[in-house]
Design a protein around this ligand. Sequence first.
Ligand SMILES: Nc1nc2c(ncn2[C@@H]2O[C@H](COP(=O)(O)OP(=O)(O)OP(=O)(O)O)[C@@H](O)[C@H]2O)c(=O)[nH]1
Ligand SMILES: [Mg+2]
Length: 328
Amino acid sequence: MKPEAATAHGREATEELLARFRLGDRRACARLMSFVEDEDDRATRVLDELYPSRGRAWRVGVTGPPGAGKSTLVEKLARELRSRGRTVGIIAVDPTSPFSGGAILGDRVRMPRLFTDEGVFIRSMASRGGLGGLARRTREVCDVLDAFGSEVIIIETVGVGQIELDVASAAHTTVVVLVPESGDSVQVMKAGLMEIGEIFCINKADRQGAERLLVEVRSMLDLLPDGREWRPPVVETVATAGEGVVPLLDRLEEHRQFLGESGRLEELRRRQVRTEIVEIVEERLRRDVWRRQRISGRLAEEVEAVLAGGATPYSAAGRVLGLVRPGD
Ligand SMILES: Nc1nc2c(ncn2[C@@H]2O[C@H](COP(=O)(O)OP(=O)(O)OP(=O)(O)O)[C@@H](O)[C@H]2O)c(=O)[nH]1
Ligand SMILES: [Mg+2]
């Protein structure tokens, strides 16, 4: 096949997928998400096309230590949301897994009833060999789900590092799930979870030490600076039994209402759009720069100059940059 024919075929396929997506075809939706996740060349076109249809979904982050019961809780929350008549999207982000379908099998086992519900869309995401861009790709997959019509999107991440915190920051409302065995409160502070939680959930409240953890979390929250408009509530749950899920969702709804009434939602949106533009510009710059023959040629020369002595990577970079922006 000639290259032009291949391109035309690719375009046609994308148009057809978009058309099916608009008709509510779940498989087309999954395909478009894969474009985004794989950073396929078609992703930009797809995201640009879908942009006007996104922006309605409420994005809820659920984060916490490994094994805290996040998936169990997400399943129960999703079912409660369904009974309140909302459509739900679930994105399980596993930064430790290189396989993006990998976690799906587990989720199918954990969330069997949700998998057969047309009002629920479940997607697993992985780091694919590098954490770079995971937060952005998660946000873009959210955008696809949002445009597909999910009214509430729940993003599950393991809260262990900066990348995961970045992923959590894509959400409007973040629930931090803690369990009696998650270690002392100092560790929670260190992991940066205290700052990002708008709601704290003490799960496995059926286990020993839950009461003590509750007291500790409350006293830590008391240390947060005064004058904050939103004081994070603490809710106890037993996810396996569904206990506490209704109060948890009620607190979540309250936070959503607070976001709208306080003008915070508007502020979040502005910041989000700014981040998006900056990221897209940086991404394209990076990609385009090294594609320019003159610049990649100069790079090869500069490598030799540094190795030969007399030049440093810093002076070399300066000269390369001189070609990128000759006006400066
Ligand atoms: N006793 C008790 N066990 C629970 C509770 N919630 C979840 N579990 C159990 O804890 C284990 C881990 O639950 P998951 O929902 O997979 O936890 P997770 O946080 O999603 O785990 P990762 O995604 O691997 O980090 C499972 O065996 C659950 O049945 C609870 O409230 N009480
Ligand atoms: Mg999980």
